[in-house]
Design a protein around this ligand. Structure first.
Ligand code: CP3
Length: 340
């Protein structure tokens, strides 16, 4: 690997400067992404086309110079492979054709076998070949908890109250769904490793709606199962957004190498709760709307706060599509010109 800074940082080895990649770096903030996106009818046509998915996965490496690529796909490919398809509706987000409410709905659930998400696996193989070992390739999946939230709710929500209600009304049914998602996710992540990803990240984007009891009961055990099944062939990052209350538990998951952080926690708070694990994050993406002098200042403060070892710079969540590209570049350049 020509640039293995992120892999070294995750192993706790010395790095000359902090490595950086950005969540949602392959997306609408890049004009070159929008051009490819406009050449197809919908978002799903893009992610199901391995050649185009490869092209947009590599764009941020070429245009932003980030230290890793992330495969262009979506966390919702797993529920679709389980028989619960969705449409990505412009300005509204994902909408599921049917939701999981009753035992009868759950009876229709299939475990997605190895090989079922073949388009993303093909895209990974193409991207690995095209990257030619320039930087590592990150594979990913949603955490079972977050996928459960979408499948029960039928789409995005501010509260995911239907999903939370099921955990209290019918916990056995909730566990049955979570177990099926977990097995499907394990199959998918093992396929990704076989196809050549160098790092895996689990996105638990809706962890913040849970609270300690719900998270410990309905998320942590399934993350643990995934990490044990996937093993330590590639380093695993777990990003549970807004789950400040779960940092200790996440850090103690067996093969979790890196804990992803949103911007609500300070470096000091996170370090005290993560037992020496590598940390990733966590500038507020909205900071990138500020003038570049402010972005430089805030970015350098972030680097100072996290310190020299076991650290991967990133934002605290994905890029917003309307962020000025020059400001995004300023974030990356400030990190890459920072010498330890
Ligand atoms: O650059 C990358 O990070 C790789 C690609 C990637 C996408 N989605 C592409 C995408 C990744 C890693 C994801 C993960 C994902 N998808 C998450 C977890 C991360 C997070 O944001 O918390 C979630 C919750 C989803 C589900 C999802 N996908 C939603 C809610 C939406 C609609 C909101 C929006 O931003 O439009 C998507 C669509 C989506 N996924 C887009 C992209 C580039 C935008 C659609 C488009 O380009 O037409």
């Amino acid at each position: 690997m020509k640039n293995d800074l992120i892999l070294r940082a995750m192993r706790g080895e010395n790095v000359e400067r902090p490595p950086v990649w950005i969540m949602r770096q392959a997306g609408r903030v890049l004009p070159q992404y929008r051009a490819v996106r406009n050449s197809v009818a919908g978002f799903k046509d893009l992610l199901k086309n391995p050649e185009l998915a490869c092209e947009v996965s590599i764009q941020p490496v070429d245009i932003l110079g980030v230290d890793a690529a992330i495969i262009f796909s979506d966390i919702l490919v797993v529920p679709e492979a389980m028989g619960f398809g969705y449409d990505m509706i412009e300005k509204k987000g994902p909408t599921f054709k049917k939701t999981l409410q009753s035992e009868a709905d759950v009876a229709q659930l299939q475990i997605a076998p190895s090989g079922s998400i073949d388009y993303t696996i093909a895209a990974i193989k193409l991207t690995k070949a095209a990257l030619n070992a320039r930087v590592p390739l990150i594979g990913f999946a949603g955490a079972p908890f977050t996928i459960f939230c979408y499948m029960v709710e039928g789409g995005g929500s501010k509260t995911f109250s239907k999903a939370r209600a099921m955990m209290y009304q019918n916990p056995a049914l909730a566990h049955q769904i979570l177990q099926a998602i977990t097995q499907s996710t394990i199959n998918y992540l093992q396929d990704q490793i076989q196809a050549g990803v160098d790092i895996l990240q689990i996105f638990d984007s809706w962890a913040g709606i849970s609270g300690e009891y719900i998270y410990n009961t309905f998320s942590i055990p399934y993350l643990q199962q995934i990490s044990v099944a996937v093993g330590d062939k590639v380093p695993l990052t777990i990003f549970a957004k807004d789950a400040f209350f779960a940092l200790e538990k996440i850090a103690s998951i067996q093969h979790c190498a890196t804990v992803g952080l949103d911007w609500t926690v300070s470096a000091d708070y996170a370090k005290r709760r993560t037992n020496g694990k590598c940390l990733q994050g966590n500038l507020d993406p909205a900071q990138l709307y500020a003038p570049v002098a402010e972005i430089e200042k805030a970015t350098r403060k972030m680097l100072q706060d996290f310190g020299k070892t076991k650290y991967v710079a990133n934002l605290g969540h994905g890029l917003y599509p309307d962020l000025p590209l020059d400001n995004v570049k300023c974030f990356v350049e400030t990190i890459q010109s920072y010498a330890y």
